[in-house]
Design a protein around this ligand. Structure first.
Ligand code: FAQ
Length: 334
């Protein structure tokens, strides 16, 4: 049937299930060394499969939970135009979650298993979505900074060694790039408005800046997964290097916007050719990812309730599919 896979029958580079473990491992290693993609039906080490399921499913959960902070503002958007844009953006995030769950399903894990891991607190989602959206300016800041950080992290994932993940990331990055611009545009409109609007934007930037820098993950020295995922070509750039690239790009954008980034240690380092920034509060980061951030309980409870409330839709869809299949069988038999 149809497949996401790009490898073709007879392609000598494909890692087939034939042969002993050592020869399959050697074929996999050769593929990695040549920077070729691994496809769903290829043989892969269990640990590679497991780490992909971990990262892709956590990424999917982040997109789905990430709909909540902005979703809270759909009914309170300041104009019809901003409401339509926000509705479309939040829907896009839902779509990203679905492509990513589908990419993870190609690794032989079911959607139910992944969702259950999220709902029972066994799977993580991005720390950033455990912070509250207090004002309309927070929605603009999520677009500008959170989507901005997400793109910085995700562009290299378009070159990830696992084909379905890499391909999902291409479309996701295009949409995230639009999200980032809409956030910047919403903030620019407020910065050109009243003093109260400018203060609201500055307050939102002050609250989100440090949590956004933590989205890139712990410092490289504390990143337990990086060495292996980089060796496997899943991650291409380290947490600290991506964080630095983001800081360097965003300082310039903040100048255009006319906001101050809330870090007195932020200054250009001529020798390094990068901006220096102050150490981040990693205790806060670990607290948030371990379930004790400002909104962890609320976010998870909302997701669980949405899943339970949607049970009748899943049941109806299954009943419809069963009825269609029975009709098809009857037609074939007639
Ligand atoms: N939050 O060894 P590392 C978005 C965990 S999508 C929570 O460095 P790794 C779109 C990590 O899982 C945002 N947990 O981990 C949007 C690991 O624990 P584990 C999501 C975090 O995997 C915008 C432990 O710490 N993006 O924003 C975080 O090599 C607006 C040790 O860390 C992705 O998921 C964190 N920030 O690197 C939606 C991108 N950081 O699993 C709505 C794909 C680390 O061993 C609105 N993922 N941890 O128990 C990645 O690139 C990587 O997984 C990292 C973490 C970079 C997130």
């Amino acid at each position: 049937m149809y497949t996401q896979s790009l490898d073709l029958p007879g392609n000598p580079a494909s890692v087939t299930a034939a042969g002993d473990d050592a020869s399959r491992q050697a074929a996999f290693d050769a593929r990695m060394a040549a920077d070729n993609k691994i496809e769903p039906q290829d043989w892969m080490p269990q640990a590679y499969r497991k780490t992909l399921v971990r990262q892709i499913s956590q990424h999917a959960h982040s997109e789905i939970v990430g709909m909540l902070p902005e979703g809270n503002w759909i009914s309170r958007a300041p104009s019809l135009k901003r409401k339509a844009i926000l509705l479309a953006k939040v829907q896009d995030e839902g779509g990203h979650g679905l492509y990513l769950y589908s990419a993870a399903e190609t690794l032989n894990t079911s959607r139910d298993e992944m969702v259950d891991a999220l709902h029972t607190g066994r799977a993580k989602y991005s720390s950033i979505f455990n912070y509250p959206t207090l004002t309309w300016a927070d929605v603009g800041v999520i677009g500008w900074l959170v989507d901005g950080a997400a793109i910085m992290n995700q562009i290299p994932l378009c070159r990830c060694s696992y084909g379905p993940y890499a391909r999902a990331m291409i479309r996701i990055c295009k949409e995230e790039s639009f999200h980032q611009r809409q956030g910047f545009d919403a903030l620019l409109a407020m910065m050109r408005g009243t003093d109260a609007q400018r203060e609201m934007v500055q307050d939102a930037v002050d609250r989100w800046w440090f949590p956004v820098l933590m989205m890139f993950g712990p410092p490289d020295s504390a990143s337990t997964n990086s060495a292996q995922t980089m060796a496997w070509g899943i991650k291409r750039i380290s947490n600290d290097d991506l964080r630095q690239k983001f800081v360097d790009a965003t300082v310039e954008q903040a100048k255009v916007l006319g906001v101050t980034l809330p870090d007195p240690g932020l200054q250009w380092n001529v020798e390094r050719g990068h901006y220096d920034y102050s150490p981040l509060d990693w205790d806060e980061f670990w607290r948030v990812i371990n379930g004790d951030g400002p909104c962890n309980r609320e976010r998870l409870a909302t997701r669980v309730k949405a899943h339970e409330d949607g049970a009748w839709v899943r049941e109806a869809a299954l009943a419809h599919a069963a009825k269609q299949a029975a009709r098809e069988t009857q037609r074939e038999a007639a």
